[in-house]
Design a protein around this ligand. Structure first.
Ligand SMILES: Nc1ncnc2c1ncn2[C@@H]1O[C@H](COP(=O)(O)OP(=O)(O)OP(=O)(O)O)[C@@H](O)[C@H]1O
Ligand SMILES: [Mg+2]
Length: 508
């Protein structure tokens, strides 16, 4: 017993090394039964690694796990699942060319007594799970046709399929919008009532206070302490636990003198045909202007068209769009991403694994990928310039890695996001589109990225930033466009921007 709580799951003296990198050192962790146990820590602190050990993903580590007081060792996630331990990973693990239902039942298909796949039953069970998550997608939808946020809901459904005793959620809300977060939190509360224990990781500190019962702090691979009564803790307490010091100034945008018009969008429309979906008018009649030195924030709920807007401007939907795009007051025809890059545009996408990062490649190669011209001489890549470029960004963006030669797949989630950012900054764009640039990034690094956005604006770039975090978009933008159902439903400036009014415009 501890503070009146039963310890259902415990880790003692856990150590985990990857080659020369010590990800965890002598870590003790206790999971209190029927509670939401929140783990906080900066990017690369070791949170995901610890969760992977608890859920059987890594079988090779120092130390010992105890489930209900008994020493246990899981060789794989299936063995952990058999004890009732389920995990929703930070990185999505779905197969794009299978349907939602097929993904959920992959490896645990229901069969008829004759051994034939019982598609009907799997379909109806999937439907029930999706309904429970307040999600209106058909179980037959191909996962490849879903947005990141929708895929995350499928991951959650997948974990809830089996009766779990301990549910581990590694940044489940990083890609879903406020309404879905509210749904998820209701699910978490319902699970708690059924005495399910949760281990929960998130960098969205504000929302943690809604569900946390206790906080556990990890720093540089070591356990630094706990705050046993979440209700009594403040945001400052939490930051101190994570970072080890007070973060004095949270970001406030500096006024930057604005220059000439750099981007103008007129009457932009987008119609997309997707598998299993009728042709949809995804963007309707969008107009806006952007000046040099200006940061335009785009806010909207999941499905509002935020990502499609950036993608369309960046030449990704050339065939399906109509309307006009002008750069520095001259109309341009952007038929492909190559055209967009040639016109000085760059897009840092929301899903780093899909379009941002080549996981099998070194950091240095990833960073130089979109600016080969600058480091290539007579067709030969100058390896030294490539390394110098990567080193510069590792330093300025504080990418936590032993070297620029490290493979991207070995970085923590937040550090991967920074590599994608570095890759597009290296192209020296005139117009920079950022889609959820701080998704999965810790509070310290978030502040660094806000300062970077400000510094880029100061240099004369025009920036368009999509974010589903209201405090973030209010802090960084000069102007905010709100999208709802593919149209601009409102525009705010720094004076009249209020959280409630923006939310209202988004839910129209
Ligand atoms: N497979 C791997 N090979 C080499 N190093 C790894 C591997 N997995 C993780 N690491 C390193 O271990 C450390 C901890 O990583 P981990 O993913 O656990 O961090 P995290 O706390 O989840 O961070 P984030 O908030 O960014 O997701 C990091 O320095 C990371 O680079
Ligand atoms: Mg992680």
């Amino acid at each position: 017993m501890n503070n009146g709580s039963n310890i259902i799951f415990e880790a003692k003296g856990i150590t985990k090394r990857f080659g020369g990198v010590t990800a965890l050192e002598d870590v003790d962790l206790q999971v209190h039964e029927g509670k939401v146990n929140v783990v906080v820590g900066e990017n690369g602190a070791g949170k995901s690694t610890l969760m992977k050990i608890l859920s059987g993903v890594y079988a090779d580590y120092g130390g010992q796990l105890f489930f209900k007081g008994e020493a246990v060792h899981f060789n794989n996630p299936k063995e952990a699942m058999a004890q009732g331990i389920a995990i929703i990973h930070q990185e999505l693990n779905l197969i794009p060319y299978l349907t939602i239902s097929e993904n959920i039942f992959l490896g645990r298909e229901i069969r008829t007594p004759l051994g034939v796949l019982n598609t009907k039953q799997m379909h109806s069970k999937t439907q029930a799970l999706l309904t429970r998550l307040n999600c209106h997608l058909s179980p037959n939808t191909l996962v490849g046709a879903l947005k990141v946020g929708e895929q995350q809901l499928v991951e959650i459904a997948k974990a809830l399929l089996e009766e779990a005793k301990v549910v581990i959620m590694d940044e489940p809300t990083s890609a879903i919008s406020d309404t879905e977060v509210a749904t998820l939190f209701n699910i978490i509360r319902a699970l708690k009532e059924q005495d399910v224990s949760l281990l929960y990781i998130s960098h969205k500190l504000d929302e943690l206070f809604q569900i946390a019962d206790r906080f556990i702090g990890l720093r540089d691979g070591k356990m630094v302490g706990t705050l046993e009564q979440a209700a009594k803790a403040t945001k400052e307490d939490l930051i101190r636990l994570m970072v080890g010091r007070d973060l004095k100034h949270l970001f406030k945008k500096e006024a930057v003198p604005m220059g000439a018009e750099i981007l103008r969008v007129e009457n932009l429309n987008l119609r997309i045909n997707k598998a299993h979906q009728a042709s949809a008018h995804r963007l309707k009649n969008i107009h806006f202007k952007l000046r040099k030195g200006e940061v335009l924030g785009i806010f909207g709920l999941m499905g509002a068209g935020r990502t499609e807007l950036l993608e369309t401007l960046f030449g990704l939907h050339a065939k399906d769009m109509t309307g006009s795009i002008s750069i520095a007051s001259e109309q341009v025809h952007i038929r492909s991403v190559m055209d967009a890059i040639a016109h000085g545009m760059a897009l840092v996408p929301e899903d780093r694994k899909e379009d941002g990062l080549v996981l099998q490649m070194e950091i240095a190669k990833n960073v130089s990928l979109a600016s080969m011209g600058k480091i290539t001489k007579n067709g030969v890549i100058n390896a030294k310039s490539e390394m110098t470029l990567a080193k510069k960004f590792i330093e300025t963006l504080h990418i936590r890695t032993p070297s620029e030669r490290q493979h991207a797949k070995n970085l923590s989630g937040g550090n991967q996001q920074k590599v994608v950012l570095a890759k597009w900054l290296a192209t020296h764009p005139k117009v920079l589109f950022l889609d959820e640039p701080t998704r999965g990034i810790d509070i310290n690094a978030k502040n660094e990225i806000y300062h970077l956005i400000n510094a880029l604006a100061k240099k004369g770039l025009g920036l368009v930033v999509v974010s589903s975090e209201l405090p973030e978009i209010m802090a960084i933008s000069d102007r905010i466009l709100v999208l709802a159902n593919g149209s601009v439903s409102a525009e705010f400036n720094q004076e009249n921007a209020h959280e409630e009014k923006i939310m209202q415009a988004a839910t129209q």
